[in-house]
Design a protein around this ligand. Structure first.
Ligand code: ADP
Ligand code: MG
Length: 702
């Protein structure tokens, strides 16, 4: 009898083993793979194709219509390089396929003349076009030389994956390599999705999904595999968030449930009554505050929907309950605006507001710090300077954070560290598409202000180009003559604040000297001190200025109902969110308002899409969906700060339903097994620890 002894046990590292030691890799190729972000077998498995080519059958070149793209196959008949080096003429190759001969041409690839050899089989992917003599050719196709080796079946006669590449890594090699990795290791993956859940949602098992996403038998199978991965990513995220939420629910917060005298006095002093939406949101917040569990709520509301007043009511509630409360903004300008508003509302009630700013003189700053430390000030307003270590607070009961999406998760965490689990209200003026809100803030409760205060008139938005500038000025003059006011926002100059300033100053001088000689032109920009800015804005508000030239500082800082025109110079350079914010400065009074987007420079397709979207709708929520589609989720938030997780199959918008399902499943799963102790939850637990430990501060897991 022969006994086989396994000589070496399979390395325990398995999926975590470095690629360098795999067959055919070695240090040099490992280095190249590293450039693709691939260090381990697991990374390689997760390097998904960006596309597929159907190579089961090829279209004969002659059957292709002009302008049509397809994968064709041919045998090299002859190659000719441009006669001279540096010539602009193309490299041409003549191929033979089932039905005849055809020519392919490439510009700027003279080396092809050496690479392509007679009788070689080549797969080409490209578009049928015309050369300069109007002959039909395959225009600049992707190509891959077919070698008659044992791996041919990986590259031919099937649907083949097309991978993201980097310099020095060739498609054929990478495909062969990943074929090897997938065949050897796909089965080792332990499925993160518990079997029962996976079946209920009709999702593919992990190993099958890996095989299919890389080497599908049919193109139609790919979708199912991708869905499975999207679901898995969502589930891991949502379980993480559910656990975090659970942990927060155990935190003991201070119930803030005073009689409400301060809020009642504030209401009595307001020149308006709250909208039904504001009332609804306020009652949600008030009942959160009254509970012994820290509130963790996101308040979404379009520009001008009246979030501030709701926030101030929450601040007053905390103060009346004997706590301090802070309001934080992401920029100095926003913080300044809030100080003004909050002081205007609460000082008449006898409260003191401390203001912390980076630009403050040392003495002022010390005074503010002292006021907060001793409790002389019950409310603090500032940027994230407010959560710096030097700031000592008395019984922090509530923190309101404006424009959350620019705050990182870590900052939120350090804020929590300031008090014993203060209530947190997060506000965002850029309405976030629901899919993203779920992803980013799955751990928050959400309130929505979906109604603007009454008396707002719709704003007419027009996209205009340079030749109509004089006509635009004439229109603005007519508005000013009718007693209304206008803003001119200066182009965003990318480089520095100094160049923004210069552009604005020149613009103001030019307008005052020329087209608006008969009117009073003011100027406001970010370099002005708080007081100087305040003076200009107050003058504009008081009607002592007709036209206000501004850099984007007015984006958030000003509220003048009599202003009816917003003219934005070089509008093509601004992002959608910013344009929307700027437009929100008009349409605040009874007069019909206008937003003129003047595009003067070369405008990219994206730029055009943004301007068209602005003209098409005034709904900030709709605009943010468009923005998300144009830019993708990463850039939408500026990936780095946002803590937005990366998804292998992306598609937050297209996979909205899956995200919702994952959220439900995560909630159930965590409710049933909060410690993820059940054996079927082990892989999930490991994945969670590996992927989200830092991001979600999952101290209770792992
Ligand atoms: P945002 O949600 O963009 O922060 P604000 O809180 O700045 O909006 O409110 C915009 C303007 O609307 C402010 O001038 C504010 O005083 C006013 N406002 C808020 N609520 C109401 C209301 N219920 N009725 C009328 N005006 C309101
Ligand atoms: Mg606001």
């Amino acid at each position: 009898m022969v006994v086989f002894v396994t000589p070496v046990a399979k390395p325990a590292a398995g999926l975590d083993s470095p690629l360098q030691y795999l067959k055919g890799v070695g240090p040099q190729r490992a280095h190249l793979l590293e450039r693709l972000g691939l260090l381990t077998v697991r990374d390689a498995l997760n390097h998904f194709p960006r596309d597929y080519q159907d190579r089961r059958s090829f279209v004969p070149f002659h059957k292709l219509a002009l302008g049509e793209s397809a994968v064709v196959q041919g045998t090299v008949f002859g190659v000719s390089a441009p006669a001279r080096r540096g010539s602009r003429a193309p490299t041409k190759a003549v191929f033979r396929d089932q039905t005849g001969y055809f020519t392919a041409l490439w510009f700027g690839k003279p080396y092809l003349a050496q690479q392509l050899k007679r009788e070689q089989r080549v797969v080409l992917y490209g578009k049928k076009g015309l050369d300069k003599d109007r002959h039909l050719v395959l225009d600049n196709p992707d190509y891959e030389i077919v070698e008659d080796d044992e791996l041919a079946s990986i590259h031919m006669g099937r649907v083949v994956p097309v991978y993201p590449l980097t310099e020095g890594v060739f498609p054929r090699w990478l495909r062969g390599f990943l074929y090897q990795v997938v065949s050897a290791h796909a089965e080792e993956v332990s499925d993160i999705l518990p079997e029962a859940l996976r079946r209920r949602r009709s999702l593919l098992p992990a190993s099958q999904a890996y095989r299919t996403v890389h080497f599908p038998e049919r193109l139609e199978d790919v979708d199912a595999a991708r869905q499975r991965f999207a679901f898995e990513d969502f589930l891991v995220l949502q379980v993480g968030l559910a656990l975090k939420r659970r942990r927060q629910a155990r935190d003991r917060g201070r119930p803030l449930a005073p009689p409400g005298t301060l809020v009642a006095r504030l209401r009595g002093a307001l020149p308006f009554t709250l909208t039904p939406a504001q009332e609804r949101v306020w009652s949600e917040i008030r009942s959160d505050l009254a509970r012994p569990v820290p509130m963790n709520r996101l308040l979404q509301g379009d520009v001008g929907s009246g979030k501030t007043i709701v926030a101030v009511m929450a601040l007053l509630t905390a103060v009346e309950a004997g706590c301090q409360a802070v309001l934080m903004a992401p920029t100095e300008i926003l913080a300044e605006q809030h100080v003004r508003t909050v002081r205007g509302l609460v000082e008449p009630l006898g409260l003191t507001v401390a203001w912390l700013s980076a630009g403050q003189r040392a003495k002022e700053r010390q005074a503010a710090l002292d006021a907060l430390r001793t409790g002389a000030a019950s409310i603090g307003v500032g940027t994230h300077a407010l959560i710096e270590d030097a700031v000592e607070l008395q019984r922090l009961g509530l923190a309101v954070v404006d424009e959350q999406h620019r705050f990182g998760v870590m900052q939120r965490a350090s804020l929590r560290g300031k008090g014993e689990h203060p209530h947190v209200l997060v506000m965002t003026a850029t309405p976030i598409p629901r899919t993203l809100a779920l992803t980013l803030y799955g751990d928050l409760d959400v309130s929505v202000l979906d109604q603007l205060p009454p008396g707002r008139t719709p704003i007419l938005t027009k996209v205009r180009y340079e030749p109509t500038r004089e006509r635009i000025y004439e229109f603005v003059r007519d508005e000013l003559k009718a007693g209304r006011q206008a803003y001119v926002v200066c182009p965003l100059v990318e480089e520095t604040e100094a160049s923004d300033l210069k552009a604005a100053t020149e613009m103001a001088e030019r307008l005052q000297a020329g087209p608006f000689k008969a009117f009073r032109v003011g100027l406001v920009h970010g370099r002005l001190s708080f007081n100087a800015k305040d003076q200009v804005m107050q003058a504009f508000k008081a009607g002592e200025l007709d036209l206000l030239v501004a850099t984007t500082v007015i984006e958030v800082g000003i509220d003048v109902p009599n202003a009816s025109v917003m003219l934005i110079e070089h509008a093509e350079r601004f992002g959608l969110a910013q344009l929307h914010q700027l437009r929100g400065r008009v349409g605040r009074g009874a007069a019909k308002s206008y937003c003129i987007l003047l595009a003067s420079g070369p405008t990219s397709d994206e730029g055009k899409k943004r301007l068209d979207a602005m003209a098409a709708t005034q709904d900030g929520f709709r605009l943010s969906e468009v923005d998300l589609q144009i830019r993708g989720p990463g850039e939408f938030f500026g990936t780095r700060q946002s803590g937005l997780p990366e998804f292998r199959t992306a598609g937050l918008v297209t996979h909205a339903r899956l995200l919702e399902e994952a959220r439900q499943d995560a909630a159930e799963l965590v409710a049933r097994d909060p410690g993820l102790r059940l054996p079927e939850h082990r892989p999930l637990r490991e994945a969670l620890v590996a992927r989200w430990r830092e991001r979600l501060e999952l101290a209770s897991v792992g």
